[in-house]
Design a protein around this ligand. Structure first.
Ligand code: HEM
Ligand SMILES: *[C@@H]1O[C@H](CO)[C@@H](O)[C@H](O)[C@H]1NC(C)=O
Ligand SMILES: *[C@@H]1O[C@H](CO)[C@@H](O)[C@H](O)[C@H]1NC(C)=O
Ligand SMILES: *[C@@H]1O[C@H](CO)[C@@H](O)[C@H](O)[C@H]1NC(C)=O
Length: 484
């Protein structure tokens, strides 16, 4: 039976262990059922506290190399219950992109607003309600479930928050990408309470319980004068309210990837195009989120997005029009939503592929966009900026129906790759574009800047807001000397 998506009322009634162990052996380690979280939040169920002192003492004994090897082995070991990407793009099977996105979404909740830090991966609240229900986190339950194998192997030697961040870093390094240093010491929270101010989606009052109150509604909705009136409204981008959420909506913790749609009277609008999404306006949203809320410089923003979208792909290779899944919003039973017990994953009723691959691999729908950004999504490379600067990009729709872009030349070496409007914003904003050109011309500089920004990304959090806090407090770091 389907659960999470059906709202809190049902969540409370659902029993645990709905993903069968033989289907996905360590799934239940990675994601806490919402009913258990809500009980914990209401104080009706005590939780095992995380023993910080013991953990930090134990860390000195952690065999970092064997942890790295465990993760990199798992990364290349495609499992039938959630097959790794790569083959559909002509590359080797690898969970690298998935693990990298996992670490980014866990860490990307970090906010610096009014000089105060909030969020970050420490606490590993992505395993808990409300973060595990955010639209942006769809299918990351599968990534955590895969890493459950490593958690099972290492037990209390590694916290979930150290594991999630280290797995993303290992994914980059073991795929030939840059990583300079990683420090351990993050402790786990017992529930998702500290993520509530970051946004609760789809649950307005949560049965009147004070913990479930959401401030997801925009106090001020804003559209540019050039923007289509029918386009999704968004929170006021000037941030008079200094919100902890992203510029568009709560479930999208970062940026709306499709970008704003122009209205027909706007300059540059073309009725012949299948969409008129604006990379130029999208740049303003990217900056608003990354600079104003997350505390990143423009240079760090370009490096992070470029490095992030070097690996992996988007998932939306399934048209749901006319099926029962089409009418379900993100937080109901449907392909957006991660923990669909019973259905296990994706629409497995034959809507998206049939037989053994129904809802899996090339038939997965996560965001609804479709395709890789680069020609080798399992291997570190420099296609992201190179292709964006040398090719002309034209608007297209994914099979799912999402607005995205492909190379205008159908004979280009990059013809099989895609871009989001938010990606193209990086070459349609003067400041961003200058940095993108610098990175395309100097790959070593790009590698170095990305590694620095990634380090900062996975090390800052509410309790340890400075990037060097973990190192100075616990001193358990690696520089990956053991990687050949
Ligand atoms: C403007 C900011 C960003 C937007 C709008 C964005 C959007 C997206 C979307 C829509 C997907 C596809 C998800 C799916 O369908 O599976 C995706 C995947 C991914 N993103 Fe981003 N992203 C942004 C920034 C970043 C950053 C900063 C990083 C890392 C530093 C990153 C790393 C990744 C990775 C590795 C994947 C591939 C996941 C996989 O292969 O399964 N993204 N992103
Ligand atoms: C944002 O909201 C404030 C009022 O809270 C308003 O003064 C301002 O003009 C709005 N900004 C935009 C860009 O609409
Ligand atoms: C930041 O400060 C403003 C103005 O004092 C306040 O309205 C807002 O709630 C604060 N935001 C956060 C997240 O604390
Ligand atoms: C999805 O399927 C519907 C109905 O078959 C069709 O009208 C629509 O064009 C398809 N959309 C895409 C993006 O292929």
């Amino acid at each position: 039976m389907a659960l999470r998506g059906m709202g809190v009322l049902l969540i409370l009634w659902v029993t645990e262990g709905s993903m069968r162990d033989d289907d996905f052996p360590f799934y239940d380690l990675g994601t806490i059922p919402a009913w258990r979280d809500l009980r914990s939040l209401r104080g009706t169920q005590s939780q095992d506290q995380f023993d910080k002192e013991k953990y930090h003492k134990q860390l000195k004994e952690l065999d970092v190399q064997s942890l790295y090897e465990s993760i990199s082995r798992l990364m290349k070991d495609s499992k039938a219950f959630w097959p790794a990407d790569g083959p559909q793009d002509g590359d080797v099977a690898s969970y690298a992109g998935l693990f990298e996105r996992l670490a980014w979404h866990c860490s990307g909740t970090f906010r610096l607003v009014n000089g105060t830090a909030a969020g970050g991966c420490e606490g590993a609240r992505q395993r808990h309600w409300p973060e595990n229900e955010w639209r942006d986190n769809s299918n990351l339950d599968k990534a955590r479930g895969l890493l459950g194998q490593v958690k099972h192997e290492f037990g209390s030697q590694i916290s979930w928050s150290d594991l999630l961040t280290f797995a993303g870093t290992t994914a980059i390094k073991a795929s030939g990408g840059p990583a300079k240093k990683f420090c351990f010491g993050r402790v786990d929270d017992v529930n998702g309470k500290r993520s509530i101010p970051l946004g609760v989606e789809g649950v307005k009052e949560c049965l009147g319980n004070k913990f479930c109150k959401s401030d997801f509604e925009c106090p001020v909705a804003f559209r540019w004068p050039e923007q289509d009136e029918a386009d999704h409204a968004r929170c006021n981008l000037t941030q008079p309210h200094h919100r902890l959420q992203a510029s568009h909506s709560v479930g999208l913790i970062y940026v709306y990837p499709e970008g704003p749609e122009l209205k027909s009277s706007a300059k540059g609008y073309s009725a012949k195009q299948v969409h008129n999404r604006s990379p130029r306006f999208s740049a303003l949203e990217v900056r608003d989120t990354f600079k104003e809320r997350m505390g990143w410089t423009d240079r760090e923003t370009v490096a992070l997005i470029g490095g992030g979208h070097t690996m992996g792909r988007t998932h939306g290779n399934c048209n749901l029009t006319g099926t029962k899944w089409a009418s379900h919003p993100y937080n109901e039973v449907g392909p957006f939503f991660e923990a669909q017990a019973g259905a296990l994953r994706g629409p497995t009723d034959g809507t998206c592929g049939t037989g053994a691959s129904a809802g899996l691999a090339q038939n997965t729908v996560s965001s609804g966009f479709e395709g890789p950004w680069t020609r080798t999504p399992s291997q570190w490379n420099y296609d992201f900026f190179d292709a964006m600067l040398t090719e002309e990009w034209e608007p297209v729709k994914s099979p799912f129906g999402a607005d995205q872009w492909r190379t205008k030349s159908r004979h280009s070496t990059y013809a099989s790759t895609m871009r989001l409007t938010a990606d193209l914003s990086l070459v349609n904003d003067e400041t961003y574009a200058a940095i993108a050109r610098e990175y395309a011309a100097d790959h070593a500089k790009f590698d170095s800047d990305f590694a620095d920004a990634w380090y900062k990304l996975v090390h800052r959090s509410e309790d340890n807001p400075n990037e060097n806090d973990l190192e100075s407090k616990f001193g358990v770091c690696t520089r990956f000397e053991f990687v050949k």
